[in-house]
Design a protein around this ligand. Sequence first.
Ligand code: HEM
Length: 151
Amino acid sequence: MTPQNNRPQIASARPKMTAAITVETGLDEQVLRSLVERFYDKVRTDAVLGPIFEARISDWSPHLDRMVAFWSSVALMTGRYHGRPVPAHARLPVDAAHFERWLGLFRATARETCTPSGAAHVIERAERIARSLQMAVEDAKAAPDDVPKLC
Ligand code: HEM
């Protein structure tokens, strides 16, 4: 039977894509959990980034779970994350230097936690997403009443 749309095919292709990425990079849910936990351990003690997070996050457990789901979606293509990162960052008191610092900690954690190809895989995606979040922050500063509603 021909499917009415592509959804069933996309959904069934996901586990195979995830398995292929795991074979290629060594990344899986457990590695991503370690990556996220170690990364936010560094972030929370960082003199510049730490206070920005501590002012907004009181219960870290749901944030860490959300971030593992985010990296699972981004790195393993599991579709587990359903949040909206742009509005979450648009009004933060951050500029290019904050994003560079965030990326510096992320690259170091990825290299400590993942295989070389796993680290390259997540770092490339982090750099790309950081660029678009940074643009969203700059846009929100230029037009503060028009915060983007995009995800
Ligand atoms: C300047 C650097 C950054 C700072 C200071 C920062 C800070 C934050 C804070 C405070 C939150 C919690 C927001 C809330 O719950 O109210 C958050 C959420 C989040 N951040 Fe960042 N962030 C930064 C960069 C990034 C980058 C580069 C990424 C992705 C590669 C990212 C991905 C996320 C995601 C996915 C969420 C959860 C959004 C949601 O679904 O609610 N962040 N961030």
